[in-house]
Design a protein around this ligand. Sequence first.
Ligand code: HEC
Length: 160
Amino acid sequence: MKFKLFCLVVTSFAVFGFFFWDSAQSDTTKPMKNKTDFYFKMGLVKEGRRLVKRLGCNDCHTAGYLKLKGKVPEKKWLTGDTFGWRGPLGTSYGSNLRLLINNYTENEWIKMAKTLKSRPPMPHAILNAMSDEDLRAVYWFIRYLGPSGKPAPDFKPLTK
Ligand code: HEC
């Protein structure tokens, strides 16, 4: 009887253990439906939020963020902007990172961020120089916010 109980306890720990291990390890683009899916990522999510704020990603990737001096609710962050940055090559728009990130696994995102060469004014050198750990944090923060909004307008080349 005692042995049976023992087996039951061991089995339930194994099942739960696997469940949590699986959700902690997941590096896929499978949708995370509820915030409890992020239980083991909350440290990274917090760090990602801090980095995004400090590095000013919202200035260009969140509509109205500069004008409202940052008084934009977090649920609207990084959904892209229709404000056009006019440069010598044409007009570029801060992309919707909330939609973009779902096309990448964690490792793909890190690789992309380290090699990204984008048009001005995107400061891609900042992303290129970030550590894997910081990029991982930014990744999970944006995944945590979840997909939202519409894609930003496409780049418009200058017509002569
Ligand atoms: C000064 C404005 C500005 C800031 C600050 C900025 N970005 Fe950007 N970002 C842009 C613009 C504009 C584009 C689109 C560039 C283009 O059309 O090639 C872009 C593009 C990107 C892309 C590529 C998107 C794609 O569709 O391929 C990524 C990823 C990105 N930004 C992430 C970030 C992150 C993360 C931060 C914060 C560390 C950040 N950006 C800060 C303006 C900015």
